[in-house]
Design a protein around this ligand. Structure first.
Ligand code: GDP
Length: 320
């Protein structure tokens, strides 16, 4: 077991972004930690407003913060809304991290993304690969904002001794995902396409790009479990990868999803859509050294995501 450096029991814990896929999974996971869970609604506090964030933090005084609030989206949304992805994410991070410092927050975990790494980083990608090469252009806006978030945590730790840490999850999926075909990530998009094709007995579904890119996937409940674990055992200025340590091709993923959904048809490739980065597998070695590993296989996880989709998670949101 890793040494417990910070206990959440009895603490006032704010989950910024609790309605998102990751934030809601963290709320579910925290229910067994004996802490008081604090959340804010978008209509009450616009996280892009420094004044609103600081007023809220000063009055509610959270002791620990999970910074899961973000404007997120798949490969197409990132490319189409660069200003939103850069501005909204920068503002939310800066306001919450600076606000946490001012309000005397004891511990903060910032959630980033594996897209912070260079497009052609050696695989599996170790934490030290950050800022060693060009980013993937289809999501560089989001990536730059997330890199700024890591640097903010480091800067407040260095200058003010704040115990702020950063975790970089791989591609996540699961309950609460965004199933809108234009803005979603690949897993919810393919679940929806396979399900709708099955229901209307269509012979094919469309897969974007060549199907050759390789991606790593993690169920969001595993991610939430890793975040809670890191909050307790990790205190360092370097960010830490949160992944499964395995990857699959998009074609292998498509076959698995069709199998789970029960869609017997074929795939056609839409080559007008981008492949994005050729491979994105993060090294899980550092996280393993802190005694954490995932417990949900890709097959089980996809089955769970499909159940959530059928259960009405099919919310048509612009982005997560
Ligand atoms: P990325 O990991 O940032 O590239 O984000 P995505 O999850 O959006 O895409 C991952 C890969 O899946 C890319 O190579 C996409 O071209 C591919 N892909 C295949 N079909 C789809 C689809 O229907 N939607 C999305 N978003 N990606 C798809």
């Amino acid at each position: 077991m890793s040494e417990i450096l910070y206990s959440l029991a009895g603490k006032r814990v704010w989950i910024a972004g609790h309605k998102g896929m990751v934030g809601s999974a963290i709320v579910r996971r925290l229910r067994s930690e004996g802490c008081e869970i604090l959340t804010t609604d978008r209509k009450d506090v616009d996280l892009r407003s420094q004044a609103q964030v600081e007023a809220w933090m000063t009055s509610l005084r959270p002791q620990a913060v999970f910074l899961a609030a973000a404007k997120v989206g798949g490969i197409l949304a990132n490319d189409q809304f660069p200003a939103d992805f850069l501005y909204d994410n920068l503002m939310m991070e800066a306001n919450i991290i600076h606000g946490a410092y001012k309000a005397g927050v004891e511990k903060l975990l910032f959630l980033g993304s594996s897209c912070i790494y260079p497009k052609f980083a050696n695989q599996p990608i170790v934490e030290e690969a950050l800022l060693t090469g060009m980013l993937e252009p289809t999501n560089e806006w989001y990536a730059i904002a997330k890199i700024a978030g890591i640097k903010l945590c480091q800067a407040y730790r260095r200058q003010h001794g704040a115990d702020f840490i950063s975790a970089m999850p791989t591609n996540l999926y699961g309950p609460g995902d965004n199933f809108d075909l234009n803005s979603s990530h690949v897993v919810p998009a393919l679940i929806r396409k396979a399900h709708e094709a099955k229901m209307s007995a269509e012979p094919t579904i469309t897969v974007w790009g060549t199907g050759n890119p390789r991606r790593e996937f993690l169920h969001v409940d595993d991610c939430a479990d890793a975040c809670v674990h890191l909050m307790k055992v990790y205190s360092d200025d370097s960010h830490i990868n949160v992944g499964s340590g395995d990857d699959v091709t998009i074609l292998e993923l498509t076959k698995l999803i069709c199998d789970v959904v029960g869609f017997p048809g074929e795939f056609v490739h839409d080559l007008s859509k981008p492949d994005g980065t050729p491979r994105k597998l993060m090294s899980a070695a550092k996280l393993r050294s802190f005694n954490w590993k995932p417990s949900i296989s890709l097959h089980e996880g996809i089955a769970d995501a499909y159940r959530a989709f059928l259960g009405g998670e099919y919310a048509m949101r612009a982005y997560g």
